[in-house]
Ligand binder design. Structure first.
Ligand SMILES: Cc1cc2nc3c(=O)[nH]c(=O)nc-3n(C[C@H](O)[C@H](O)[C@H](O)COP(=O)(O)O)c2cc1C
Length: 307
């Protein structure tokens, strides 16, 4: 059975994964937090927590609220900053078989450029995932992903400042997802990842306050799966690039749905909070499905629901 996928076919080095299962940024730390729980080297790739130029403390507490079939978060990109990541995490990743992709976020286009430059040629880093879709930071973030022009500007800037494969992660909080995807593809992205969280909020009716310290946040988990699936289907039908599906995946069959919608790879996010082994369970579920259905190569399933 062949599960390997190429996520950057147009890139000189390419980005080949042994299988299509990746972890979603912000839900799997730096990978190190999970490495004692299961063999994370079996995964297709690990995407680390969103990284900014300077370390960030994130937003006021509370930052996580459970909702029916979902999770609202407003972490606000709490992270150790790019310098500490290069110093402390990359040397560990350099010894791993599983490729690690660094998710980056900036408040200005210049910050994205600096992040891309700093992370270029660092051993242990196999690609960049550009977050133009974080709803939880005051400046920048989501704004860049809402419209084609700023999304293209960030993508072209990162592309010009790195030799690494560039994945661009889109927000579902736009009314023009296919136009944003086309702009990002045109600007030099190697692959497109979607979706980030869906903007949402919750209110405690007894304290009469919003439950998240920041007021609003981003919804993830099974509640957003149908939204993400439809967006993957739409975007995969409109761009030539590989698409990475993300949003509410908790099982192998969820993953197969995304692959049949047109995703070449998938990411497991909030499911890891419920079951730390979820990414491996999803991989095993895909393998079992392929064995049962007599599928020899995962590429036979990519976009199967589109034909
Ligand atoms: C607690 C938390 C933190 C997240 N942090 C990031 C982040 O730093 N960068 C990013 O691009 N996405 C971040 N995300 C979004 C996830 O990577 C993913 O796109 C989203 O949660 C949808 O997938 P899921 O439904 O499987 O969780 C975060 C999500 C959660 C729940």
């Amino acid at each position: 059975m062949n599960l390997s996928v190429q996520l950057a076919p147009g890139h000189e080095k390419g980005l080949r994964l042994a299988n299509p299962v990746m972890t979603a940024s912000g839900t799997f730390g730096y990978g190190t937090e999970y490495s004692h729980l299961f063999d994370i080297q079996k995964l297709g790739a690990i995407v680390c927590k969103g990284t900014t130029l300077k370390p960030r403390d994130g937003n006021p507490q509370p930052r996580l609220v459970e909702t029916p079939s979902g999770l609202l978060n407003s972490i606000g990109l709490q992270n150790i900053g790019v310098k500490a990541l290069i110093r402390e995490k990359a040397p560990i990743w350099a010894k791993w078989r599983v490729p690690v992709i660094v998710n980056i976020a900036g408040e200005t286009v210049e910050e994205y450029a600096t992040l891309a430059k700093e992370l270029d040629n660092v051993p242990g880093i196999s690609g960049l995932e550009v977050n133009i879709s974080c709803p939880n930071i005051g400046a920048g973030g989501a704004e860049f992903g809402l419209h084609p022009e700023p999304a293209a500007r960030v993508t072209a800037t990162v592309r010009a400042n790195t030799h690494l494969p560039v994945l661009v992660k889109l927000t579902p909080n736009t009314g023009e997802i296919t136009r944003v995807a086309a702009a990002v593809a045109e600007a030099g992205a190697d692959a497109i990842c979607l979706v980030n969280t869906v903007r949402g909020m919750a209110i405690d009716i007894y304290t009469r306050q919003t439950l998240l310290g920041n007021g609003t946040g981003g919804l993830s988990g099974p509640a957003i799966k149908p939204i993400a699936l439809a967006m993957v289907y739409e975007v995969a039908g409109s761009v030539e690039l590989p698409v990475i599906g993300c949003g509410g995946i908790t099982s192998g069959s969820d993953a197969v749905e995304f692959i049949m919608a047109g995703a070449s790879a998938i990411q497991v996010g909030s499911a890891s909070f419920v079951n730390p082994r979820a990414p491996l369970d999803v991989l095993e579920g895909i393998e079992q499905f392929m064995a049962r259905e007599g599928v020899k190569d995962i590429s036979e399933l990519v976009g199967a629901a589109r034909r």
